[in-house]
Design a protein around this ligand. Sequence first.
Ligand SMILES: Nc1ncnc2c1ncn2[C@@H]1O[C@H](COP(=O)(O)OP(=O)(O)OP(=O)(O)O)[C@@H](O)[C@H]1O
Length: 622
Amino acid sequence: MTSDASRLPPPATRWVIPALVGYSFSVAPALTTSTALLAVLAGAAPVGITLGIGGLVDGLTSAIGQGLDTPAARECYRWVVLIVVLLLFTHVTESARTALGRALGRRVTGRLSERVMTAASEPATIAHLEDPAYLGRLERARGNGTIDMPPGEAIFGFSAKASLWVTSVGSAALLTRVTWGLGLVVFAVFVAIHSRLVRNYRIAVIETVSQTTKLRRTSYLRDVPTTPDAAREVRLFGLAAFFRDAYQSEWLVNMREVWRRRREHRLFVVVVVVSTGVTVASVFFYLGHRASTGESTVGDLALGGLAVRALLQVLRADEDDLRIGFGSKAAAEAFAFPAVEAPAGPDTVPRPAPVRPDTGLRRAPVASLSCENLRFRYGGASDEVLHGIDLDIPAGQSLAIVGLNGAGKTTLARLVAGLDAPGGGSVRVGATPIEDANRRSWQRQVVAVFQDFARYELTVRDNIAFGSLAHADDEAGLRAVARQAGLLAFIEGLPDGWDTVMSGGHTGGVGASGGEWQRIAIARALFGLRHGAQLLIMDEPAASLDARSEARLYDTFHELTAGATTIAISHRFATVRKAERVVVLDHGRIIEDGTHDDLIAAGGRYAELFRLQAKRFEEAPS
Ligand SMILES: Nc1ncnc2c1ncn2[C@@H]1O[C@H](COP(=O)(O)OP(=O)(O)OP(=O)(O)O)[C@@H](O)[C@H]1O
């Protein structure tokens, strides 16, 4: 089996932020430029304020005792005006930077989510969506973890930190102006502490992010009791405490390592606080000493003090670091998903015959199907499920596949539908093998009712029209298939008729019974068939239908599916015997093949299973 998951390259762990900035610029050039500009301005303004306060203090020193209308006093007024303007400017630019940065983050997250979603839906096969490693990477690319942090948060956090760095570098430059050696030393010490802080932080973040696969299981345990499907059993079997305890204990195991890292980080923070305190005290002592000996001015003392205070902010590990740490991990994962347009493969598989407008039924389909030495193994499994299946299905034949649980019936149907790539051998439509290049065009010609068919929490119209979305406006066709599936009265009785949302969880929506859902799935398949599908696969299509509905479905089955090739998988022999041909699958091999009568006459496995079921009905008390 080809693994789609293995096609995903590992995430690039270096230069994620530059890549993210480049990506932001490509998806929103104006927004990125404005955010960058505002980040620089919001960072530069506090440096100007520090400069202004230094100037004001020096001005006041020389203006004292000279009166209010003197050149020295007027210089003080100018400094005050500059400080007030810059204070307002800081406030405005910082607010604008926050607003635009958030908008940019949302835009980036949205575009990367689309990229991930398209890439994950692009493979025509489905094996990657059953691969835990791939699912883990999908979760990480969405930013799900102990803290949910999507990729766009990194760009928002980066804009905040960029602003802070502008302030810090500017403040260090001011300190250098007072005494160049001091500025450089303090800046170097703080940058060294900062990089160590960030490294510590990153280690903690990576540890947390790498828990995603385990966390998916933990989240599952947390969510089961509130999932409508499981809620009934959780109550009847009294499972709430089990899930709560399982969740708590798994969560504890997963988080222990994370907490250990965080404890280490806390210890380092104490070291940082002490060393910073010593550095700051030394700086103030030095500046004070210089001012008292007249080597520098009192304004320089104020300026130096404020510059050190601004530099201290570099040492803060905060929400924005979290954003950058977690968000850039998510971004790295998202970038690993290829940017694809998801084009349909070229139509190299023969096209189906068009719908006959008078009856809505199709002419005979154009191609037979054949499996040649078909082999398959699920990802991660050591044994093959199918061991070399050879099967020719003439165009228009109705075939039933029977066999015990786990024999490989659904797997065979998945391969014939082109949902999985075989590990060996091939499936052919006419003479054309189904390959990656034509897989999608073949899938467009297959409709199916699988055992675990989808229940879309959308309108009943959408649920049925999905069978052939291009013909969603075919009202007559929708009504026809709803009638054929025995659904019309049900739909017309819904509060909003065809526009009723099929979920009690939505306002105005309604839930449906298992049998009603199954009829919706059957109607969906019939709608696809009506609009040109060649092959209908039904995997236990009547499992939830009452006896009358099942009989009605099979009595009209040939009429409903006229011209199409059909494959029905069923354990019910009343259903199976209506097929033109039956194959019996056993441990991934075809062991019998013929009509119902042939196989009964042969007295093999089919005859044995048929008699067993017939006997049960005979023995059942009337
Ligand atoms: N997604 C999967 N990943 C791994 N193994 C799987 C998967 N689906 C099915 N299998 C395994 O493959 C084998 C064949 O399964 P399949 O669903 O094809 O059987 P089946 O004949 O349709 O059974 P049933 O009558 O119970 O529906 C089983 O052993 C099953 O456990």
